[in-house]
Design a protein around this ligand. Structure first.
Ligand code: BGC
Length: 396
């Protein structure tokens, strides 16, 4: 059955957002570990992030584009290396910047979702061992405490850590200098640490900001089982996402970040597929992956509302983005019809931005001229914005 999408496909009040990350869009995050990495001699980072797309200065334009297209929600990151560029120093100017962003979103009718940690950390924190270093959790809680004026300025939803399961793969990825296709197994030690950090962060946020819903966003692929391989598939998914999803039990929501998927065979290994359509990141072009990922999360984590905090596709032709997103949203609607409790959808991404070492994979609803930073909406921006469900009336 074909689903015809409209502004009535999803229920009133369903969050309709776009998603961006701080480091990938802001530019000039000179105090971060990734800035250091891209500038060190013999770097394995293929292309510099540099000025990114200058959203640190152009966030108003970005918000205007999203609000103007009809979106109701906006997810952006707070860059910790700007808040704490040196150990023990909190930049009041940076706090003020992010406070103005939160207020600027609210003024435009956009509900701000903020990410506290999206892959980058301050260089001083990385040099001290990063998440495996001494007092890492206490230092993260100290950062959360410092964010009080930002969080209390009107934040709608907080995500502690973006894709902890990808973060826990980083030691393997950075050793080879690239994102391999397929997903290596997350580091077990880091997995435990990140879960503990998240639980401590949720507790701290609930104590200080009891009004603001909190959760995290897990990368979830639609892992399907080859005939008879259900147990092998579940074992494959266990360390790659299930352990992180179960750690969301008791949270106000779980963020699902889904792009693609794959089949796991009886031997517990991914089944190699040959000649299938692929995106600019090399991933299989699989619109239905969103519905499949959401169904699996809903089974694993009953009782925790789901928010799709990332879904999108890196393609050069915008009509392929619309085609992909149409399929993704239809699969999401079907998963909801079958009982998944989904509260919102955020598209990755508003802007073409820096894809962790590469500029070629374009995920944006808006393209950006890398010399002038001029933003040019693609047809998909107005198309997706027009599907925004109506807001819930205040007295409902
Ligand atoms: C990340 C983003 C990334 C996107 C597309 C997610 O893994 O949160 O930073 O750009 O997927 O690869």
């Amino acid at each position: 059955m074909t689903t015809v999408l409209s502004a009535r496909t999803f229920p009133p009040g369903f969050a309709w957002g776009v998603s961006v990350g701080a480091h990938q869009t802001e530019g000039g995050n000179v105090a971060s570990d990734w800035w250091h990495r891209e500038n060190e001699p013999g770097t394995s980072v293929a292309e510099r992030c540099g000025d990114a797309v200058d959203s640190y200065h152009r966030w108003r334009e970005d918000f205007d584009l999203a609000a103007g297209a009809g979106f109701t929600d906006y997810r952006f990151g707070i860059e910790r290396s700007r808040i704490e560029p040196a150990d023990g120093f909190v930049s009041l100017a940076a706090l003020d910047h992010y406070r103005r962003m939160v207020e600027g979103a609210v003024e435009r009718g956009l509900r701000p979702t903020v990410t506290l940690h999206h892959f980058t950390v301050p260089l001083w924190f990385a040099a001290g061992g990063g998440w495996t270093g001494r007092n890492a959790t206490e230092r993260f809680l100290r950062y959360i405490d410092a964010l009080q004026p930002v969080l209390d300025a009107g934040v709608e939803r907080i995500m502690t850590i973006n894709e902890p399961n990808i973060l826990a793969v980083f030691p393997k990825l950075t050793a080879s200098g690239q994102l391999a296709s397929g997903l290596p197994e997350p580091d077990a030690g880091l997995t435990g640490i990140l879960i503990d950090v998240h639980r401590a962060a949720v507790a701290r946020i609930r104590e200080r900001h009891p009004r603001i819903p909190v959760g995290w966003g897990v990368s979830v692929q639609d892992y399907r089982a080859a005939p008879g391989a259900e147990t092998a598939r579940d074992a494959y998914a266990e360390s790659r996402d299930a352990v992180f999803l179960r750690a969301s039990a008791g949270d106000d929501f779980v963020g699902v970040q889904a792009y693609t998927g794959g089949v796991v065979g009886v031997d517990g290994e991914p089944v190699l597929v040959g000649d299938v359509p692929r995106t600019l990141t090399g991933w299989e072009f699989l619109p239905d992956a969103l519905g499949g990922a959401v169904r699996r999360v809903s089974r694993l984590l009953p009782g925790v509302p789901i928010v799709v905090t990332e879904n999108g596709v890196a393609v050069s032709e915008d009509r392929r983005r619309i085609q992909y997103t149409t399929g993704a949203l239809a699969s999401l609607r079907r998963a909801m019809d079958d009982g998944a409790d989904v509260r919102g959808y955020f598209h990755w991404s508003l802007l073409d931005n820096w894809e962790w070492g590469h500029w070629e994979p374009t995920f944006g609803l808006v393209s950006v001229d890398r010399a002038t930073f001029e933003r040019t909406p693609k047809p998909s921006l107005a198309w997706l914005g027009s599907l925004a469900p109506p807001a819930v009336p205040i007295d409902s």
